[in-house]
Every structure is written in structure tokens, then in C-alpha cells.
Design a protein around this ligand. Structure first.
Ligand code: DLL
Length: 439
């Protein structure tokens, strides 16, 4: 029997007429505003400084009058200050470790866990996961929301989950093969590491593995990377987005139309703002993504600046969903590099590198400032084939990549092509940019 192309977990909500959805959002936004104002002291001060009261939210047009919040607000109230329920009502805690500053701590009541399971079931179903699937979950288990979020959703859809977590890559390949895994969940960079290990083990994913679907997220990746992963593991790759502060994975996901990520808009209200001025921008205009949680009990957040750059679209998708779609994350407002005055996004560099079949999709970007001038260095791996052609071929390739980068970025860069496996592999979120200017 032919598979139905578009599966939807919660038809009633995911295909709800927009007018009805907006009504529901307004009611829930009003409840959130009341909750944070009455239960979380730092919001009272923020509201006072902005000269607003919960009752001022009469329609969604009023949303922009309410203050934006940032990670620093959470850090200032570390660890449990942002919680709107007493700790005894909190059934699970997660945290993200920033490279700077304190951890960001998030909490869930029993009902928040149910919401998380529901939105993750929507994610799995959007990609075509069903009861009978075997999910190889290689997101890290622990304080990171990836592992446990995907675990929770797997149970909700009734699939079989294998909680492998990250690491011990060779064993992961054995498990995928022996257990007949059909769904792979991990970061896109780790998917490539697994693909390499599959090749090294001499396996043909078409014959030796049963993978059909992959849900990859937690870090930026391009459409070219999607093609690469899809081809090397013989699966359809879906982009999944989320952040611990909002719930973890499950905020949005692609459907097989691959034209943006459907946001669980009945639980998370999205806005796009101008990152410089904080002013809201209309659908279709790229800017910084902002979320308000609409149903969270333990850790509600209002107008939280994610620092992620994307664009929103409100037209109905061919899959039937009516919820707003967000474009692929183009990068973060805070990982935009300014090189000699020019804005450079790591995703632009990835695009150029992946357009050369002679290179492997493993790279790292260094930024230095020798003699007061920014210097951009891109290290990328050669494929075995290119490497075996010797020095001259490598140098010629470096020249081509340099030219490609200069045309795309409008700044010059140094390019070092490394031997195969010359770039360290990641088991979770890949570190792709090392900015040594502040050091
Ligand atoms: O990364 C949650 C998650 C787990 C999402 C597993 C998807 C899969 P945090 O550790 O709080 O949460 O990191 C959130 O990661 O603000 C983005 O900058 C980035 N990010 C997450 N998903 C994507 C994606 C999890 N699909 C931060 N594309 C976010 C690009 C992503 N960036």
C-alpha cells in the first residue's frame, strides 16, 4: 500500500482555520501575561518599567507594547527565579550550559511534560514516523533537552525507542544494523560522523540499514548538508528546531514539502523583530525570532529573544497545516561574524564548501586579529580522492575555494585543506567557529 504523503498528529489544531487559532492564542497569551506578572517577580518590574499591565493586552496588536526578555534575565534570576510554580510542582529540570556565564535552567510540571510529548509527537508524525518504527535516538541524554525530548515523543507515537545517546560511534552502527532502526535522531554533524562510520564498516545503507527518516537539529545546517546526509544514509532528512528555554526540541519541524518548519503555534507564539531596534517586523521579512510560551506552567516566557535569525510565513502549506512556518535558521544574531566590517554568516561559508564535491563536509572557521586586521581562516577536509592526488591538486583546490568564498562573502580568507579526518568530529553540537579575537 502506498504511504500517505502527509501525516498529521493533531489535525484539529495543526489545520485549524487561522482566525480560530488566533483567538486561542490571544486567550492563552492573556493567561501567560497574568501568570508571569503575578507569579514571577522580575516580570513585575519589567512591566512597570515598560508602563504596561496585564489588562493592556486586549488584542494581538497590543503584544508589541509588552517588554522583550533575554537570556540575561534568566541568568540574573538563576536558578529557579523565573519559575512560576513552587519547586515541588516541578517534575523535571533541564539546563543548558552557555560558553559564558551561568547555566540556563528550565523546569516542567506534569502538564508541561504532556505538552512536550504532544509537540514531539507532532514532530515525529510530520516526518512519517509511526508505531512499528524503531527510533535510534543519538541525541545526548542528560541536562540537554535533545535526548529526553525525543525519547518522550517516541513513546507518545507508540514507536520503539533505542536510547543510545551520543558517542561510541562504531557500536551505534552495529545497533542500527542489528536492531533494524528506521528513524535516526541526532545533530546533523553527528549524522555525518555516523555516515562515515557506516562507510568505514563497509556497509551499504541501501542494503544493510533500514533507515527511512532522520530528524536533525540543535545546530544550524544547510540544504546542501541535508542532501549529503540523505544520500549517505539513504533517508529523508527533516529539520527540527527548538530551544531549552521554550521547551526543548518540538517548537517546529518540517513536513515532506520541506518548505519551512511548522511551529506548534497553539503552544508557542512566534514573532520576528528587528534585532537592532526590537521593533516587530511583518511576515516575510527576516529578523530575530522571538517566542512567547502560551501554555507553559513551570517556566513561562514572554517575548523571549532567541537570537536566531529566520523569517516567518503564514500561508497554508500543501500538507494542510495552517500554522506559521519558519524558514531554516540562517544563523544567530550573535554568531554573525564581522570581518573587516563585513557581516559574514557561517552558513554562507558552509554553502560554498559543500558546493565542492572534492571536499568533505567537515570544517572549522577561525577568526584572528593579527596586526589589528581581522583574518578569516577556513579549515576544511579533503576527500580521500583529492588527498591522494597530492600537493599540487590540494593547492589548486585551496585557490578555488578561496575564490568561491571571496565571491560569496565579499571578504578574503585563508583556506587550509586538511587530510581526511584532520578536523575533530563532534558527538553533539558541532563547534564550527572559533573567534580568537577576544582572547
Ligand atoms: O538544541 C533543542 C533541540 C534538541 C533542538 C534537539 C533540536 C533537536 P538548546 O540547547 O537550548 O536546545 O539550543 C537552542 O540551538 O536557539 C538555535 O540557535 C540552535 N538550534 C536548535 N535547533 C536548530 C535547528 C536545543 N534546527 C539553540 N537549526 C537555538 C538551527 C538550531 N539551529
Amino acid at each position: 500500500m502506498a504511504r500517505k504523503k502527509y501525516l498529521i498528529w493533531n489535525e484539529e489544531i495543526e489545520t485549524m482555520p487561522r482566525k480560530e487559532l488566533q483567538k486561542l492564542q490571544l486567550k492563552r497569551f492573556q493567561e501567560t501575561v497574568e501568570r508571569v506578572y503575578n507569579k514571577v517577580p522580575f516580570y513585575k518590574k519589567l512591566f512597570k518599567d515598560a508602563g504596561v499591565k496585564p489588562a493592556d493586552l486586549k488584542s494581538m496588536e497590543d503584544v508589541a507594547k509588552f517588554p522583550l526578555t533575554v537570556k540575561q534575565d534568566l541568568r540574573n534570576n538563576y536558578p529557579f527565579g523565573p519559575f512560576a510554580t513552587p519547586l515541588e510542582e516541578v517534575s523535571q529540570i533541564h539546563a543548558t550550559s552557555g560558553t559564558t556565564g551561568k547555566m540556563t535552567v528550565t523546569g516542567y510540571t506534569d502538564n508541561d511534560m504532556k505538552v512536550w510529548a504532544e509537540v514531539m509527537a507532532r514532530v515525529y508524525t510530520a516526518g512519517g514516523t509511526k508505531k512499528g518504527d524503531v527510533i535510534h535516538n543519538a541525541y545526548g541524554y542528560g541536562l540537554f533537552t535533545g535526548g529526553l525530548g525525543f525519547h518522550l515523543g517516541a513513546h507518545e507515537v507508540g514507536a520503539t525507542v533505542v536510547p543510545v545517546s551520543g558517542g561510541l560511534t562504531k557500536r551505534q552502527v552495529t545497533i542500527m544494523q542489528d536492531f533494524g532502526s528506521t528513524v535516526l535522531t541526532c545533530t546533523p554533524s553527528y549524522a555525518l560522523v555516523l555516515a562515515e562510520a557506516v562507510e568505514e564498516a563497509g556497509l551499504d545503507p541501501k542494503k544493510d540499514l533500514k533507515l527511512r527518516i532522520g530528524f536533525f537539529g540543535a545546530e544550524p545546517w544547510t540544504d546542501k548538508m541535508r542532501e549529503e546526509i540523505g544520500k549517505r544514509l539513504d533517508l529523508e532528512a527533516f529539520d527540527i528546531f527548538g530551544l531549552a528555554e521554550i521547551i526543548g526540541p518540538g517548537v517546529s519541524v518540517e513536513c515532506p514539502a520541506h518548505n519551512g518548519l511548522h511551529i506548534a503555534e497553539d503552544h508557542f507564539y512566534p514573532e520576528i523583530i528587528d534585532p537592532e531596534t526590537g521593533e516587530p517586523l511583518p511576515y516575510g521579512t527576516p529578523g530575530e525570532l522571538v517566542f512567547t510560551t502560551l501554555t507553559k506552567e513551570a517556566f513561562p516566557l514572554m517575548r523571549y529573544r532567541t537570537r536566531d535569525r529566520t523569517v516567518l510565513h503564514a500561508e497554508k502549506c500543501e500538507c494542510g497545516r495552517t500554522v506559521v512556518r519558519m524558514g531554516k535558521i540562517m544563523g544567530r544574531t550573535d554568531d554573525m561574524l564581522i570581518i573587516r566590517g563585513v557581516n559574514v554568516f557561517p552558513s554562507q561559508i558552509e554553502d560554498v564548501l559543500l558546493s565542492f564535491p572534492e571536499l568533505s563536509p567537515h570544517y572549522i572557521i577561525y577568526v584572528d586579529r593579527p596586526k589589528d586586521m581581522d583574518a578569516l581562516t577556513v579549515e576544511v577536509e579533503a576527500t580521500e580522492k583529492l588527498f591522494n592526488q597530492g600537493w599540487d591538486a590540494l593547492k589548486e583546490m585551496e585557490g578555488k575555494v578561496k575564490k568561491g568564498l571571496a565571491e560569496a562573502l565579499y571578504v578574503s580568507s585563508n583556506v587550509n585543506i586538511k587530510e581526511p579526518f584532520g578536523i575533530q568530529r563532534s558527538q553533539g553540537k558541532a563547534v564550527r567557529v572559533v573567534d580568537r579575537r577576544e582572547l
